[in-house]
Design a protein around this ligand. Sequence first.
Ligand code: NAD
Length: 820
Amino acid sequence: MSRFQVRKVAVLGAGVMGAQIAAHLVNVNVPVLLFDLAASPKDGAGAAASSSKNLIVTKAVEGLKKLKPAPLGIAEGAAQIEPANYDEHLDKLGECDLIIEAIAERMDWKLELYKRIAPALAPHAIVASNTSGLSITKLSQVLPESIQPRFCGIHFFNPPRYMQLVELIATPSTEPQILDQLETFVTSTLGKSVVRALDTPNFIANRVGIAGMLATIKEAETYGLTYDVVDDLTGKKLGRAGSGTFRTADVVGLDTLSHVVKTLQDNLQADPFYPSFATPPALAQLIAQGALGQKTGAGFYKKVGKDILRLDPGKGESAEGRKEATYVPAGGKADAIVERMLKKAPAERLKLLRESTNPQAQFLWAILRDSFHYCAVHLADIAPTARDVDQAMRWGFGTSQGPFELWQQAGWTQVATWVKADIDAGKALSKAPLPAWVFDGPVAASEAVHTAEGSWNAKLGQFVAQRSLPVYERQLFRENVFGSGAVEALKSGTEEYKNAEIRVWTLDGEVLIASITAKLHLISPDVVEGLLKAVEIAQAKYKGLVIWSPDDVFSAGANLEALMPVFMKSGAKGIAPEEKKLQDAMLRIRYAGVPVVSALRGLALGGGCELAIYSAKRVAAMESYIGLVEVGVGLIPGGGGLAYIARRAAEMASFASSAGNANGDIFKFVTDGFTSAAMAKVGTSAIESRRLGYLLWSDVIVAHKDELLFVAMQQAKAMFDSGYRAPAKALIPVAGRSGIATIKVQLANMRDGGFISAHDFHISSLIADVVCGGEVDAGSLVTEEYLMALERKHFCGLLEHPKTQERIMGMLQTGKPVRN
Ligand code: NAD
């Protein structure tokens, strides 16, 4: 069977979405052509120069480098986007296996463009539109019949690098195989999570999410709550994105929000919830005044100096009777009693909220009821199953669970009865009754929309299993919803060893897995003990060891708090042996008889970074943030991080000279590593971490976080099967005292220029001392143990320094670095 391959992608439209989608394609190493209209002289294009016709695209690509959060893994990636315009480069479309259209949201413009590009497409190319609200079926109808089976919707969320969800939408004529191929590409190559949506206005996530947002605004008004209180109630405390409701709106942009609301208004007149889609007056007022949220500096909130103000919608009438936005200090929070209710298990939580007379509690019950009501009434029409609704909300809106999951967890029939009572009493947003399947049939009988058999399909009236495609075999613990009976990683496999902070286990009997379970996976003496145990077991019985955990952090560093009692009792002297144990563990990992593979995702800082760099190989999710950050707490890397920098410099110098390059001078290679550690640089992506030297070119970057374990296990097995031997222990040539002196001159300039403090100078000098191998002649040969002893000496010295102690205490107490 031939394999579907995407060798090159064309993105049409270099606006907000198109440019960022192109950036993400670069991140995952897919060649991309970015098209937009040919620029005219009024856009600044010169009349003759052909390349200037790409001006709209080249400007957009420039913009990508400055955008926050960064769409590109490294800014230089922008150069890999190939600019194009429809006047000159249509023929290049023939090189592309996938075309993603992301031009302005106008049916007539999109149709016109499709007609124009159709003759240039390769016969096998898939064509997909990123429209948020237009009918995919209508869009497909202008395409030649030969293209229609290969056309569908591909709805990314903004910002596309970071948002997990992509909705794929078929038309009646889309070939099923095409959608499977696209799902495979989007999942494994782009690293996104796919929900298949039906071709209904705004698809699933925006339909449910925006209806929910409007309901929240309306209920907040009903219960007289202010925006800051609503945001506190509807953020993390409710298991939703931390920015709550109104701050999210400000971040998205109130114009964009109003645009999506307008699609609801234009397309959903028949929706029984239609009256609740009216544009909220405060939103209309803000837009009329040009207060569009974060991008204009004011929206529901406004930052004045250091103060955050919130809109006070009741106030503000100018002398001419025109409404004007007035802002008052923000900071309103949830009542303590409501906060306590939110911490209860779902069944009790919902009961307490519903029965309470506290307006905040009533508000929360009301918005949850509205979401249950809305989702139940629309399930049959908008989504293949209840699972798709829940996953769309998790991946598209960052909620910890979807509405159906919460409803089921709180007790299906009990909650349904409460919702019905509110509908009957006229308290709900619509009089539409709950559909019959809620009370009768398999859902009511099993008290569940999600079962081990599958999730409820309201149209077919049956439970439907999760889609299985070969690509999902790469996700060993595929995300599923509450009630689906999905196995939890830390409860599966065969356990070999366990203590309070680490679990050592195997899934396949071939590769051992060490999963750190401590908070933020901080490395404590227990973790070190577990890792050593894991190496021992792996050497005896397995092909390799993978360090992996099922959550979004590799390790945020060494656990300083755990060392506090030792420090209190015996000072830095007591710490030295503990630190030596950590360094010895790193060496044990590096010289283990089987390969140790670190599977990284999220933070890998300080000791976490050291664990990774002492492994035989690293497999990193694109969203990995790796760095040696000890300087932030007034310390230096003390678990072998600096010894690694010295060793890498020597290795690179040796490669350079063996390649006949005169630049075999070690010092040249030490300075980059020195700077990364002295400035506590953290890679903002796996790609950038590679640039910093914490990942090597031979390491693997994985786009989908849930494929990490699979790939890491494959790597460990392949290394073992190819005859893995631990690296030979070798002496390391160092830059020595002349290197230290050169770095110190630069540091002194920075200190004297006021760029760094005296304590920064001190810490950086100690880092220079270790990475250059101390006061020895340039080119002297030293051991790793010698470098680690230097690390230990300076680390322990710093622990006794009052300014370092101030930094550590500040970090432990406030979580923020102290500058001193
Ligand atoms: P945008 O306004 O930022 O960019 C639109 C681009 O289309 C511009 O570069 C413009 O030059 C080009 N364009 C305009 N008229 C054209 C025409 N007649 N022919 C060809 N090109 C033309 O828009 P955007 O926000 O990037 O949205 C693009 C698409 O993505 C829309 O369909 C939108 O619904 C969808 N979408 C947007 C978001 C979002 O958050 N902005 C999220 C998901 C999907």
